[in-house]
Write a protein that binds this ligand. Sequence first.
Ligand SMILES: NC(=O)c1ccc[n+]([C@@H]2O[C@H](COP(=O)([O-])OP(=O)(O)OC[C@H]3O[C@@H](n4cnc5c(N)ncnc54)[C@H](O)[C@@H]3O)[C@@H](O)[C@H]2O)c1
Length: 269
Amino acid sequence: MGVPDLTGQVALVTGAARGQGRSHCLALAAAGADVAALDVCRDLPVPAYPLATRAELDAVVAEIEAMGRGALPLEADVRDPAAVEAAVAETVERFGRLDIVVNNAAIVTSAPFWELSEEQWGAVIDTNLSGVWRVSRAAAPHVRRSPRGRIVNIASTGGVRGFGEFAHYVAAKHGVVGLTKAMAIELAEDRVTVNAIAPGAVDSPMLAGLADELGLTPDEVHKRWLHDQLLIEVIPPEEVTGALMWLLSDAARHVTGHCLAVDGGALAH
Ligand SMILES: NC(=O)c1ccc[n+]([C@@H]2O[C@H](COP(=O)([O-])OP(=O)(O)OC[C@H]3O[C@@H](n4cnc5c(N)ncnc54)[C@H](O)[C@@H]3O)[C@@H](O)[C@H]2O)c1
């Protein structure tokens, strides 16, 4: 019951080309879904670390197709309303439906709030919070028609508690948790569930990119971000995917408006 059979369903994953998004795409395909894999596939002025490439997105698509599932690469920026609308339209045109949305794309930078530039603040809020709303807005008419529509938003422990030197990220992720609850209320009459996942420190290019940007060693990353996790290892992306798959399963049919922490106990304090 805790493992979903997604045969015949269509999922859209943002930030799909690498890290957690890639892991989510592969698990969705393994569970039987066709997958529209969206990523910006280019570097942006914010953040300073590199974002995913088109080659990485194509590799994910090839892995999905190798499992015998349909895969659609979508090169789009979640900050761009027209690109998001077009990506959702292309998904529905290709697969005929859209059942599942995983809002995973995000960026991070770090500085005390008084040192953040307008550009850093704007980029993080626009990508991490408005992007979730924008993709969900475009997808809603289709997901509402699904017999088992699901939206899962990837938040962060920073969506539930504060962290110094991440004010914009924390504000955006708190927004994601609030947006999740509001969307859950509005979509309940269509029996669409909307949930969030709050990962702790996950082994991904984001964490590596941030460490590089700040000139930190892996040990220093552990000290700075993992001291609050009761289980101090960096969390593999597959464990976040495990929570996602449970939220998509029949066992979670009545779980909605919830934020599920996969955080090594960081929120236990
Ligand atoms: N890595 C961590 O420690 C950690 C902790 C808590 C939460 N998270 C969250 O997990 C999610 C996945 O992050 P990750 O760790 O896999 O990082 P990542 O950097 O590897 O993946 C993010 C993906 O989003 C894409 N992306 C960035 N901006 C985009 C845009 N404007 N439009 C479309 N795509 C865009 C990137 O190209 C990249 O492929 C994010 O929501 C992140 O905030 C990560």
